[in-house]
Design a protein around this ligand. Sequence first.
Ligand SMILES: [Mg+2]
Length: 355
Amino acid sequence: MDTWRNRANPGASSLKSSVSWAQAERRKSDLRREPAKEEPQRILVVDDNLDNVEIIEARLTSRGYLIESAANGEEALRRIHEAPPHLVLLDVMMPLLDGFEVSRRIKRDPSLPFIPVILVTARGETEDKVEGLDAGADDYLTKPINFPELEARVRSMLRIKRLQDELDRNNRQLEDVNRQLTRLSITDGLTGLFNHRHAHELLREEYERCRRSGESMAVIMFDLDQFKELNDTHGHPTGDAILSDTARILLKTAREIDMIGRYGGEEFIAILPGADEDSAARFAERVRATVESHIFRDEGREIRMTISAGVAASQGTELPHPDELIRQADRALYEAKETGRNQAIRSSDLPAGKG
Ligand SMILES: [Mg+2]
Protein backbone atom coordinates (compact mmCIF):
# COMPACT_ATOMS: atom_id res chain seq x y z
CA MET A 1 0.00 0.00 0.00
CA ASP A 2 2.69 2.46 1.00
CA THR A 3 4.74 1.68 -2.10
CA TRP A 4 1.74 2.33 -4.28
CA ARG A 5 0.98 5.59 -2.53
CA ASN A 6 4.61 6.70 -2.76
CA ARG A 7 4.61 6.12 -6.46
CA ALA A 8 1.28 7.79 -7.05
CA ASN A 9 2.01 10.91 -5.05
CA PRO A 10 5.63 11.38 -4.12
CA GLY A 11 5.05 14.88 -2.76
CA ALA A 12 2.46 13.78 -0.25
CA SER A 13 4.61 10.84 0.76
CA SER A 14 7.67 12.97 1.60
CA LEU A 15 5.46 15.31 3.62
CA LYS A 16 3.98 12.29 5.37
CA SER A 17 7.38 10.81 6.12
CA SER A 18 8.71 14.06 7.54
CA VAL A 19 5.65 14.21 9.82
CA SER A 20 6.29 10.61 10.85
CA TRP A 21 9.90 11.43 11.53
CA ALA A 22 8.89 14.32 13.79
CA GLN A 23 6.42 12.04 15.58
CA ALA A 24 9.04 9.36 16.00
CA GLU A 25 11.46 11.87 17.45
CA ARG A 26 8.80 13.09 19.85
CA ARG A 27 8.08 9.51 20.89
CA LYS A 28 11.77 8.90 21.42
CA SER A 29 12.11 11.96 23.62
CA ASP A 30 8.96 10.86 25.45
CA LEU A 31 10.65 7.55 26.09
CA ARG A 32 13.67 9.34 27.43
CA ARG A 33 11.51 11.31 29.79
CA GLU A 34 9.42 8.30 30.72
CA PRO A 35 11.02 7.62 34.11
CA ALA A 36 10.04 11.10 35.26
CA LYS A 37 6.47 10.86 33.92
CA GLU A 38 5.27 7.69 35.55
CA GLU A 39 6.07 6.76 39.12
CA PRO A 40 9.42 8.52 39.75
CA GLN A 41 12.32 6.10 39.38
CA ARG A 42 14.27 5.86 42.62
CA ILE A 43 18.03 5.58 42.32
CA LEU A 44 20.23 4.81 45.28
CA VAL A 45 23.67 6.45 45.01
CA VAL A 46 26.25 4.76 47.23
CA ASP A 47 29.56 6.53 47.72
CA ASP A 48 31.77 7.26 50.73
CA ASN A 49 32.68 10.60 49.16
CA LEU A 50 29.90 13.12 49.76
CA ASP A 51 31.06 15.34 46.88
CA ASN A 52 30.58 12.49 44.42
CA VAL A 53 27.10 11.85 45.77
CA GLU A 54 26.15 15.51 45.43
CA ILE A 55 27.38 15.83 41.84
CA ILE A 56 25.53 12.71 40.68
CA GLU A 57 22.44 13.66 42.67
CA ALA A 58 22.30 17.16 41.11
CA ARG A 59 22.59 15.76 37.62
CA LEU A 60 20.09 12.94 37.95
CA THR A 61 17.59 15.00 39.96
CA SER A 62 17.52 17.49 37.08
CA ARG A 63 16.49 14.58 34.85
CA GLY A 64 13.51 13.76 37.03
CA TYR A 65 14.93 10.86 39.03
CA LEU A 66 14.42 10.56 42.75
CA ILE A 67 17.82 10.21 44.38
CA GLU A 68 18.56 8.57 47.70
CA SER A 69 22.05 8.15 49.03
CA ALA A 70 24.10 5.97 51.33
CA ALA A 71 27.64 6.69 52.55
CA ASN A 72 28.73 3.07 52.96
CA GLY A 73 27.87 -0.52 52.09
CA GLU A 74 25.97 -1.37 55.28
CA GLU A 75 23.74 1.67 55.00
CA ALA A 76 23.14 0.84 51.33
CA LEU A 77 22.01 -2.72 52.12
CA ARG A 78 19.76 -1.47 54.92
CA ARG A 79 18.06 1.05 52.61
CA ILE A 80 17.71 -1.51 49.84
CA HIS A 81 15.91 -3.88 52.18
CA GLU A 82 13.66 -1.15 53.57
CA ALA A 83 12.54 -0.03 50.12
CA PRO A 84 14.19 -1.62 47.08
CA PRO A 85 15.18 1.18 44.64
CA HIS A 86 14.85 0.84 40.87
CA LEU A 87 18.61 1.07 40.41
CA VAL A 88 21.80 1.28 42.45
CA LEU A 89 24.84 3.35 41.51
CA LEU A 90 27.57 1.78 43.55
CA ASP A 91 31.04 3.12 44.30
CA VAL A 92 33.60 0.29 44.37
CA MET A 93 36.20 1.71 46.73
CA MET A 94 34.59 2.03 50.14
CA PRO A 95 35.88 1.12 53.60
CA LEU A 96 34.62 -2.13 55.23
CA LEU A 97 32.12 -3.35 52.65
CA ASP A 98 33.33 -2.53 49.13
CA GLY A 99 31.10 -2.23 46.08
CA PHE A 100 31.87 -5.75 44.86
CA GLU A 101 30.66 -7.26 48.12
CA VAL A 102 27.54 -5.06 48.26
CA SER A 103 26.73 -6.08 44.68
CA ARG A 104 27.18 -9.76 45.54
CA ARG A 105 24.84 -9.46 48.52
CA ILE A 106 22.15 -7.65 46.52
CA LYS A 107 22.26 -10.21 43.74
CA ARG A 108 22.35 -13.22 46.04
CA ASP A 109 19.34 -12.16 48.10
CA PRO A 110 16.25 -14.04 46.86
CA SER A 111 13.95 -11.76 48.88
CA LEU A 112 14.87 -8.80 46.67
CA PRO A 113 13.39 -8.05 43.25
CA PHE A 114 15.70 -7.55 40.29
CA ILE A 115 17.67 -4.35 41.01
CA PRO A 116 20.16 -3.24 38.36
CA VAL A 117 23.57 -2.37 39.83
CA ILE A 118 25.99 -0.03 38.06
CA LEU A 119 29.45 -0.01 39.61
CA VAL A 120 31.26 3.32 39.62
CA THR A 121 34.99 3.38 40.20
CA ALA A 122 38.14 5.33 39.50
CA ARG A 123 39.89 2.11 38.63
CA GLY A 124 39.48 1.17 35.01
CA GLU A 125 41.59 -1.97 34.94
CA THR A 126 40.13 -4.93 33.10
CA GLU A 127 40.39 -7.24 36.09
CA ASP A 128 38.32 -4.80 38.15
CA LYS A 129 35.60 -4.83 35.52
CA VAL A 130 35.73 -8.61 35.45
CA GLU A 131 35.47 -8.80 39.24
CA GLY A 132 32.60 -6.32 39.17
CA LEU A 133 30.63 -8.26 36.59
CA ASP A 134 31.40 -11.53 38.39
CA ALA A 135 30.00 -9.90 41.54
CA GLY A 136 26.71 -9.66 39.67
CA ALA A 137 26.92 -6.00 38.68
CA ASP A 138 24.96 -5.24 35.53
CA ASP A 139 27.12 -2.43 34.21
CA TYR A 140 30.27 -0.49 34.89
CA LEU A 141 31.23 3.22 34.80
CA THR A 142 34.65 4.75 35.39
CA LYS A 143 35.45 8.03 37.10
CA PRO A 144 35.72 10.80 36.17
CA ILE A 145 32.09 10.37 35.27
CA ASN A 146 30.98 11.29 31.79
CA PHE A 147 27.44 12.44 32.47
CA PRO A 148 25.79 11.74 29.10
CA GLU A 149 27.21 8.22 29.38
CA LEU A 150 25.95 7.90 32.96
CA GLU A 151 22.47 8.97 31.89
CA ALA A 152 22.45 6.63 28.91
CA ARG A 153 23.45 3.66 31.07
CA VAL A 154 20.90 4.56 33.72
CA ARG A 155 18.16 4.75 31.08
CA SER A 156 19.22 1.47 29.56
CA MET A 157 19.27 -0.29 32.93
CA LEU A 158 15.88 1.12 33.92
CA ARG A 159 14.44 -0.19 30.63
CA ILE A 160 15.76 -3.65 31.49
CA LYS A 161 14.37 -3.30 34.99
CA ARG A 162 10.91 -2.43 33.64
CA LEU A 163 10.95 -5.42 31.31
CA GLN A 164 12.16 -7.73 34.07
CA ASP A 165 9.46 -6.48 36.46
CA GLU A 166 6.82 -7.02 33.79
CA LEU A 167 8.15 -10.53 33.20
CA ASP A 168 8.00 -11.24 36.94
CA ARG A 169 4.42 -9.94 37.10
CA ASN A 170 3.41 -12.11 34.13
CA ASN A 171 5.08 -15.15 35.66
CA ARG A 172 3.24 -14.62 38.92
CA GLN A 173 -0.07 -14.33 37.05
CA LEU A 174 0.76 -17.50 35.16
CA GLU A 175 1.50 -19.32 38.41
CA ASP A 176 -1.84 -18.14 39.83
CA VAL A 177 -3.69 -19.37 36.76
CA ASN A 178 -1.84 -22.69 36.92
CA ARG A 179 -2.80 -23.13 40.56
CA GLN A 180 -6.44 -22.41 39.72
CA LEU A 181 -6.34 -24.84 36.81
CA THR A 182 -4.82 -27.54 38.99
CA ARG A 183 -7.50 -27.00 41.59
CA LEU A 184 -10.23 -27.16 38.95
CA SER A 185 -8.78 -30.29 37.38
CA ILE A 186 -8.95 -32.24 40.65
CA THR A 187 -12.28 -30.92 41.90
CA ASP A 188 -15.84 -31.99 41.30
CA GLY A 189 -17.62 -28.84 40.14
CA LEU A 190 -20.90 -29.43 41.96
CA THR A 191 -19.75 -30.57 45.40
CA GLY A 192 -16.19 -29.21 45.62
CA LEU A 193 -15.03 -32.71 46.60
CA PHE A 194 -12.15 -34.41 44.77
CA ASN A 195 -13.27 -35.80 41.43
CA HIS A 196 -13.17 -39.46 40.44
CA ARG A 197 -9.79 -39.31 38.72
CA HIS A 198 -8.06 -37.49 41.56
CA ALA A 199 -9.65 -39.76 44.18
CA HIS A 200 -7.94 -42.66 42.40
CA GLU A 201 -4.63 -40.82 42.39
CA LEU A 202 -4.94 -40.09 46.09
CA LEU A 203 -5.86 -43.68 46.79
CA ARG A 204 -2.73 -44.93 45.00
CA GLU A 205 -0.54 -42.40 46.80
CA GLU A 206 -1.99 -43.29 50.20
CA TYR A 207 -1.66 -46.99 49.44
CA GLU A 208 2.07 -46.56 48.67
CA ARG A 209 2.55 -44.41 51.77
CA CYS A 210 0.71 -46.78 54.10
CA ARG A 211 2.51 -49.78 52.62
CA ARG A 212 5.89 -48.17 53.33
CA SER A 213 4.98 -47.02 56.84
CA GLY A 214 3.04 -50.19 57.74
CA GLU A 215 -0.05 -48.11 58.57
CA SER A 216 -3.52 -49.46 58.03
CA MET A 217 -5.99 -47.76 55.71
CA ALA A 218 -9.64 -48.00 54.79
CA VAL A 219 -11.90 -47.16 51.90
CA ILE A 220 -15.63 -46.53 52.16
CA MET A 221 -18.02 -46.30 49.24
CA PHE A 222 -21.23 -44.38 49.95
CA ASP A 223 -24.33 -44.24 47.77
CA LEU A 224 -27.47 -42.20 48.39
CA ASP A 225 -30.51 -44.48 48.47
CA GLN A 226 -33.18 -44.17 45.80
CA PHE A 227 -31.59 -41.08 44.37
CA LYS A 228 -32.90 -41.67 40.86
CA GLU A 229 -36.47 -41.71 42.16
CA LEU A 230 -35.77 -38.42 43.92
CA ASN A 231 -34.46 -36.88 40.68
CA ASP A 232 -37.51 -38.14 38.82
CA THR A 233 -39.90 -36.74 41.43
CA HIS A 234 -38.28 -33.42 42.33
CA GLY A 235 -35.99 -32.70 39.36
CA HIS A 236 -32.25 -32.45 38.99
CA PRO A 237 -31.74 -29.09 40.75
CA THR A 238 -33.14 -30.66 43.92
CA GLY A 239 -30.90 -33.68 43.37
CA ASP A 240 -27.90 -31.38 43.03
CA ALA A 241 -28.76 -29.57 46.26
CA ILE A 242 -28.95 -32.90 48.07
CA LEU A 243 -25.60 -34.02 46.64
CA SER A 244 -24.01 -30.78 47.89
CA ASP A 245 -25.52 -31.22 51.36
CA THR A 246 -24.30 -34.82 51.49
CA ALA A 247 -20.81 -33.68 50.53
CA ARG A 248 -20.90 -31.22 53.43
CA ILE A 249 -21.98 -33.95 55.84
CA LEU A 250 -19.12 -36.18 54.66
CA LEU A 251 -16.57 -33.40 55.03
CA LYS A 252 -17.85 -32.44 58.49
CA THR A 253 -17.69 -36.04 59.69
CA ALA A 254 -14.23 -36.72 58.23
CA ARG A 255 -10.96 -36.08 59.97
CA GLU A 256 -8.50 -33.57 58.57
CA ILE A 257 -6.40 -36.32 56.96
CA ASP A 258 -9.32 -38.17 55.35
CA MET A 259 -9.98 -37.65 51.66
CA ILE A 260 -13.50 -37.43 50.28
CA GLY A 261 -14.31 -37.69 46.61
CA ARG A 262 -17.38 -37.75 44.44
CA TYR A 263 -17.01 -41.11 42.77
CA GLY A 264 -19.93 -40.99 40.39
CA GLY A 265 -23.48 -39.60 40.20
CA GLU A 266 -24.66 -40.11 43.77
CA GLU A 267 -21.70 -42.20 44.85
CA PHE A 268 -18.96 -40.97 47.17
CA ILE A 269 -15.62 -42.39 48.25
CA ALA A 270 -13.83 -41.84 51.55
CA ILE A 271 -10.15 -42.71 51.87
CA LEU A 272 -9.10 -43.01 55.48
CA PRO A 273 -5.35 -43.30 56.04
CA GLY A 274 -4.32 -45.00 59.26
CA ALA A 275 -7.87 -46.24 59.89
CA ASP A 276 -8.63 -49.89 60.67
CA GLU A 277 -11.92 -51.56 59.84
CA ASP A 278 -13.54 -50.70 63.20
CA SER A 279 -12.85 -46.99 63.01
CA ALA A 280 -13.83 -46.91 59.33
CA ALA A 281 -17.13 -48.64 60.17
CA ARG A 282 -17.76 -46.06 62.92
CA PHE A 283 -17.15 -43.27 60.43
CA ALA A 284 -19.55 -44.87 57.93
CA GLU A 285 -22.19 -45.27 60.63
CA ARG A 286 -21.86 -41.61 61.73
CA VAL A 287 -22.37 -40.47 58.14
CA ARG A 288 -25.32 -42.83 57.70
CA ALA A 289 -27.00 -41.62 60.90
CA THR A 290 -26.38 -37.94 60.08
CA VAL A 291 -27.86 -38.28 56.59
CA GLU A 292 -30.88 -40.13 58.00
CA SER A 293 -31.62 -37.40 60.54
CA HIS A 294 -30.79 -34.51 58.23
CA ILE A 295 -33.62 -32.49 56.74
CA PHE A 296 -32.66 -31.58 53.20
CA ARG A 297 -34.38 -28.39 52.11
CA ASP A 298 -34.99 -27.22 48.58
CA GLU A 299 -37.43 -24.50 47.54
CA GLY A 300 -39.47 -24.84 50.70
CA ARG A 301 -39.61 -28.63 50.46
CA GLU A 302 -38.29 -30.82 53.24
CA ILE A 303 -36.81 -34.03 51.96
CA ARG A 304 -35.54 -37.05 53.85
CA MET A 305 -32.74 -39.20 52.46
CA THR A 306 -30.78 -42.25 53.52
CA ILE A 307 -27.38 -43.49 52.47
CA SER A 308 -25.76 -46.93 52.22
CA ALA A 309 -22.09 -47.68 52.73
CA GLY A 310 -19.58 -50.44 52.06
CA VAL A 311 -16.45 -50.55 54.19
CA ALA A 312 -13.16 -52.19 53.25
CA ALA A 313 -9.92 -51.96 55.20
CA SER A 314 -6.53 -53.56 55.61
CA GLN A 315 -6.67 -56.60 57.87
CA GLY A 316 -3.77 -56.63 60.30
CA THR A 317 -0.62 -56.10 58.26
CA GLU A 318 -2.39 -57.18 55.10
CA LEU A 319 -3.02 -54.16 52.87
CA PRO A 320 -4.89 -55.06 49.69
CA HIS A 321 -4.09 -53.28 46.44
CA PRO A 322 -6.22 -50.11 45.93
CA ASP A 323 -8.23 -51.78 43.15
CA GLU A 324 -9.00 -54.66 45.48
CA LEU A 325 -9.98 -52.31 48.33
CA ILE A 326 -12.42 -50.57 46.02
CA ARG A 327 -13.78 -53.91 44.79
CA GLN A 328 -14.36 -55.07 48.38
CA ALA A 329 -16.00 -51.78 49.38
CA ASP A 330 -18.19 -51.94 46.26
CA ARG A 331 -19.35 -55.50 47.06
CA ALA A 332 -20.16 -54.49 50.64
CA LEU A 333 -22.09 -51.47 49.33
CA TYR A 334 -23.98 -53.72 46.93
CA GLU A 335 -24.87 -56.01 49.82
CA ALA A 336 -26.05 -53.02 51.88
CA LYS A 337 -28.35 -52.01 49.02
CA GLU A 338 -29.62 -55.55 48.45
CA THR A 339 -30.43 -56.18 52.08
CA GLY A 340 -32.49 -53.09 52.84
CA ARG A 341 -30.38 -49.91 52.30
CA ASN A 342 -29.67 -47.27 54.98
CA GLN A 343 -26.90 -49.35 56.48
CA ALA A 344 -23.11 -49.69 56.49
CA ILE A 345 -21.72 -53.14 55.81
CA ARG A 346 -18.17 -54.33 56.27
CA SER A 347 -16.54 -56.29 53.52
CA SER A 348 -15.22 -58.79 56.09
CA ASP A 349 -18.83 -59.49 57.22
CA LEU A 350 -19.96 -60.57 53.79
CA PRO A 351 -21.09 -64.18 53.56
CA ALA A 352 -18.47 -66.44 52.03
CA GLY A 353 -18.39 -66.14 48.26
CA LYS A 354 -19.68 -62.55 48.34
CA GLY A 355 -16.50 -60.85 49.67
MG1 LIG B 1 35.00 5.56 47.31
